[in-house]
Design a protein. Structure first.
Length: 188
């Protein structure tokens, strides 16, 4: 479980985008009345770390659950007491690329020559680990959910089993994880 959580820690990205908007209104120098009037607004968020630290933080009680027991994403809110971290396949539709060009969703750490970098890209994601709140945002913005993993491997192996022993073994592999608290290992 720890490895799955670590796989889901993507870090922060740095981007440089090209300005593509220019204000044109009576309040600025160079106003051109023959062109459409428009305004630009600068917005900045203050206290992002403080805001994040005031939200629900994972402190314990971690457990694997059966994928069938995960509530529908549209019923979950960011204020719920129960969180879900999922491993999913995502498809990035080509028709979103122009719209999302400055900031593609679901960035992933990619090895680039000698260094590993967090890269926003339009590639499909395979076994992408994501918090459900982020997943809801990706889906709302058009990314397609193709597969939810979790314990699919054992489920498939159990379905393909030819002996009672194999069937019981793969059932036990899933059930053994169900309800077992996550033990956090301290890093030195």
């Amino acid at each position: 479980m720890l490895l799955m959580f670590e796989k889901g820690i993507h870090g922060g990205i740095t981007v440089a985008t090209q300005r593509y908007a220019k204000a044109n209104n009576p309040y600025i120098e160079g106003y051109d009345a023959s062109k459409p009037t428009n305004y630009l607004m600068y917005a900045d968020a203050n206290n992002l770390y403080g805001w994040a630290m005031s939200k629900h933080l994972p402190t314990g009680g971690f457990q694997w659950i059966n994928p069938d027991d995960i509530p529908a994403l549209d019923t979950l809110t960011a204020e719920d007491d129960q969180d879900y971290v999922l491993e999913v396949d995502l498809e990035y539709p080509k028709d979103l690329q122009d719209y999302h060009n400055d900031y593609p969703l679901a960035p992933e750490a990619i090895q680039l020559k000698k260094v590993r970098k967090l890269v926003p890209n339009f590639g499909d994601k395979i076994k992408y680990v994501v918090h459900y709140v982020n997943l809801k945002q990706y889906l709302a913005l058009g990314v397609k959910l193709r597969k939810k993993y979790y314990i699919d491997l054992n489920t498939a192996l159990r379905a393909a089993a030819t002996t009672d022993f194999q069937k019981d073994f793969f059932k036990l592999m899933n059930n053994a994880m169900f309800g077992k608290p996550w033990k956090i290992s301290a890093r030195g």
